[in-house]
Structures are given as C-alpha cells and as structure tokens.
Design a protein around this ligand. Structure first.
Ligand code: MN
Length: 296
C-alpha cells in the first residue's frame, strides 16, 4: 500500500502517525468521474478535501481529543481510473477496500462521484453483519438506470438496494416518481429534508433516524445533502438542505449508540478560489472519524 507524503496526506500528519502499518484509519482517494450529468469536477474532490484538511485542527474541541495521533491516519495514493470502465472501476475499489478491511483498517473512501460508493458499501456488507446503510443526500439515487448507465451516480442506491434493503436516507429533496414508489414498496426509510423542517417526524427527528438503524452503520455521505448556501461546490446542488450543527448532532448520537464501521464522502466538486466547501468537506471527514471512534 503506497502512502501519500506528509505534504499531501490527510491533515498533513507526520510520518510516525500516518504510516500504513501502524495506522488504524486509512483514507482511500477515489477520484472517479465517468457518469456525471450536470456540474463536473468531482474527480478533484479527494484532492480538494486533502488540501483543505491541512487547515483542520488535530484537536477536536467538542470531544477534547487528538484522534489523529491516537489512532494514526494513513492516506493512500489516489487510484488511477484512466483506462477503466465504470464497472471495472467499482470492482477495483471493492477489491481494495476488502483488502484494507482484511488488514483490520477503518476505511474512509473519498470520491469522486456517488456511483463509486457501491464498492465500499458492498465490501462492508460482506464484512459486517447487522449493517444499515445510512445515506446523506439531496437525491434518492434510486433510479434503476440513468442516461443509459446502471452505474450512474443517480442509480447508486438502486444497486445498493440489490444487496440490502436496510437503507436509511436523510436530507432527500429531489427524486422521480419511480423512486418515490420504490421507497414505499421496499420500505426504505427516507427522511425528507422538508419534513424534517416541518417537524413531521416529531421534534426529535434525530431519534427517529437512530431508531431505524441497526447495530452497525456504514455512512455514505453525498455532500449535496448540505444546504448549498454553505456548501455550493457540488455537481447537483439542491436548495433546502441540511445544516452543519444539526447534522453533527445526529452523527454524534449515532456514534454514541451505534457502531460506525466505515464511511465515504462523495460529490465534492472544488471551485477555484472558493475554499469553504472543500474545508467543510474536510472537517466533515474528521468529525465523522471522531464520532466513529467515540467509544474506541
Ligand atoms: Mn446527490
């Protein structure tokens, strides 16, 4: 496993805390972009997150902890998808994640477009029993295919649903009628952004999300779940999204009462001279890690 140097790795961590062997956490950059339909640039997502992460504090003031030095975080050199089809790319990443899980690592996958999440989801489903897939997203991504591809970013959860129906979606505010039908017919637990705002799930909607989750949780986080007013750099922004504190609050509750076994952060499309989205995504990755390791 080839490591990225200090000047390029997540948080710019010194060698002794970022070597593969001694690190419990591994960051896998998967700059996959083959099926995007609107805004381009998700292939620059991993690089944008890693660069912005150099300005994220090692110390988490909420949890009073320097997780990076306790557990070690190794960043691997980005995958080169140049001569691979979408199908091949996904199986390549799947093999890679399986290998990392076999080595006992906690795997963070950085996209890239959402299609790619199928690979780490499949790998984690194979390695962990009693697992729920928790998807943060503006879109359901449950179209059977989109623009001729079954591996489209708009179809990723349809592919996941072929593996498991234990899917919980949060922040959804855009879908087609077939997706809406699929959700009802398959009992997918979807928490719509608008209904969260309107207290349709009660005042304590986070608790309702929690109650839908099994003991182990894999999180697939499409950054367009966030409101575009504070995270505009993404391929398909949708108004009416989630905000930072409420999202962190939910993630903390999950970390406290479930086991977060892995996650991916996808769909960041960095824009030149506009760093706030990149930084937000980088901070999200470190917060997710801190919550995942709350009890470890
Ligand atoms: Mn999305």
């Amino acid at each position: 496993m080839k490591e990225l140097g200090i000047s390029k790795n997540f948080l710019a961590i010194e060698k002794q805390y970022s070597e593969y062997k001694s690190s419990e956490i591994v960051v896998l950059s998967a700059p996959f972009e083959k099926t995007v339909s609107y805004g381009h640039g998700t292939k620059n997502g991993p690089k944008g997150i890693l660069e912005a992460s150099h300005y994220v504090e090692f110390y988490d003031e909420e949890l009073d902890r320097e997780l990076a030095f306790e557990k070690g975080i190794c960043s691997l050199t980005p995958i080169d998808f140049k001569n691979m089809s979408a199908k091949k790319s996904i199986s390549f990443v799947y093999d890679k994640v399986i290998k990392l899980l076999d080595d006992g690592k906690f795997v963070v996958t950085l996209g890239g477009e959402h299609s790619l999440s199928l690979a780490p989801v499949k790998a984690h489903l194979e390695k962990f029993e009693n697992l729920s897939i928790l998807q943060f997203d503006a879109h359901s991504d449950l179209r059977q295919s989109y623009e001729g591809s079954i591996y489209s970013h708009a179809s990723v959860m349809a592919r996941v649903a072929e593996l498991t129906k234990d899917i919980v979606q949060v922040g959804i505010r855009a879908q087609c009628i077939e997706e809406s039908k699929f959700i009802k017919e398959n009992n997918i637990k979807t928490f719509y952004a608008r209904n969260i705002r309107l207290n349709k799930y009660g005042k304590n909607w986070e608790k309702e999300v929690l109650n839908s989750l099994k003991e182990n949780v894999y999180i697939s986080f499409d950054v367009d779940a966030f409101d575009p007013s504070f995270l505009p750099s993404t391929g398909t922004p949708e108004p009416g999204g989630l905000f930072w504190d409420e999202t962190m609050n939910l993630l903390r509750m999950i970390g406290e009462s479930r086991k977060i076994v892995g996650f991916d952060v996808v769909e960041l499309a960095p824009v030149k001279n506009s760093h706030s989205s990149d930084f937000t995504a980088a901070k999200l990755v470190y917060k997710l890690l801190n919550y995942a390791f709350l009890k470890r």
